[in-house]
Design a protein around this ligand. Sequence first.
Ligand SMILES: NC(=O)c1ccc[n+]([C@@H]2O[C@H](COP(=O)([O-])OP(=O)(O)OC[C@H]3O[C@@H](n4cnc5c(N)ncnc54)[C@H](O)[C@@H]3O)[C@@H](O)[C@H]2O)c1
Length: 435
Amino acid sequence: MALDELRKKIRNKEAKVGVIGLGYVGLPLAVAFGEGGFSVTGIDLDKNKIALLRRGRSYVQDVPSGALKPLLKKKRFYPTDDYSALSHADAMIICVPTPLSKTKEPDISFVIDATQKIAKVLKKGALVVLESTTYPGTTEEVMRPILEGPGLRAEKDFFLAFSPERVDPGNPDYDTVSIPKVVGGVGRHSALAATALYGSVLKQVVEVSSAKTAEMVKLLENTFRSVNIGLVNEIAMMCDRLGIDIWEVIEAAKTKPFGFMPFYPGPGLGGHCLPIDPLYLSWKSRLHGFEAKMIDLAARVNEGMPLYVVKRIAHVLNLRRVPLKKSKILILGAAYKRNIDDTRESPAMDVIQHLLEEGAEVSYSDPFVPSVRLGRTTLTSKKLTREWIRKQQCVVVLTDHAAFDWRLVVKNARLILDTRNALRRFHPLKNLYFL
Ligand SMILES: NC(=O)c1ccc[n+]([C@@H]2O[C@H](COP(=O)([O-])OP(=O)(O)OC[C@H]3O[C@@H](n4cnc5c(N)ncnc54)[C@H](O)[C@@H]3O)[C@@H](O)[C@H]2O)c1
């Protein structure tokens, strides 16, 4: 029976694994399977990435180049842009992007493209898993018909499952292998096949009853975060009006040992997940005549944060009779969160854009991000020196990278707006304001 054969190959580490999309998610996963003893073919359409990987050079912060070289040497990792290399694959895992379109609707064209290409090489008895975050129903309603197109039947001739990726880039405590993996198949055989695959290299697999449920699990997790961040952002703006320090409130509230979980305000949501994933869910639920009010409201609050930060900058400058126009503003941090180099959807881009539109003279410093492009303007990261800080009318902390020399900032800045509570230990200072 096909399932038994596949499970046997997985047990003996003879199964050939394909990982499609070698980005923040796919590359660590390919390495995890390679290090777990499997031979992995990694597919990416980006030829530059393939060239780098073949030279043993990683472009993903969580994957050291040192981890690639032994895998390449032992032929446990073969990066290519050619899908025909998957014709012997026993398991294929899709990790391609799932962005929003210009009209903020799900764009699953990358998933469809990868699925169509896999359909051409899919052999009997193989397993296909989607890891890209997407709306409930994508695996069953979109991928299944494409894969069954050439005459194969899911559950009988091949297996199909969804398994959400939960990796948290830059988190030193949890990685691909240690984060529990949720798995849901389009049928029982598919679930068993996917559970066997992940169970062979990851610490814990959590099986759910369907692919649709697994898709929903991921969206619940990220919607939970987005809504709670939206709530705390709203409370932060409210606290400002009421003259209460939101950070002090959260510190005290989190001493409650049950029923409260701290979320922190900030300049807005960023990354490929939180600003996007909940909108996949609200879009899908709208198709079913259900309006997801909380999701859309949280998205509106969070999207408004960069502009709110700009208003706060103008306000603190105003307290010193300095107009925003022509002010020199130094932004600390362009990445969307601390200690990583990812600027996708980063609120820093919006803050900088708004400041430029207001006529401010903006520079930024970020040890992980050498340059940023905003329309036709390219800014390059400034070295954080005493002289540069002293030239600024205002320094704005948007990302609290551990590498920043906060003492240098506090000693030399004329005025600081800290949106991350990074400078709390220096509080109170006359020139230091928090979000
Ligand atoms: N980055 C995260 O922290 C994170 C966490 C959890 C889930 N996810 C989800 O994982 C998925 C991938 O995210 P990512 O951050 O790794 O994206 P990414 O942009 O870093 O990587 C995706 C890769 O897929 C490649 N690609 C695009 N179309 C392709 C195709 N048809 N065939 C082969 N390769 C193709 C791209 O060149 C790119 O290298 C998304 O759905 C995202 O929502 C991301």
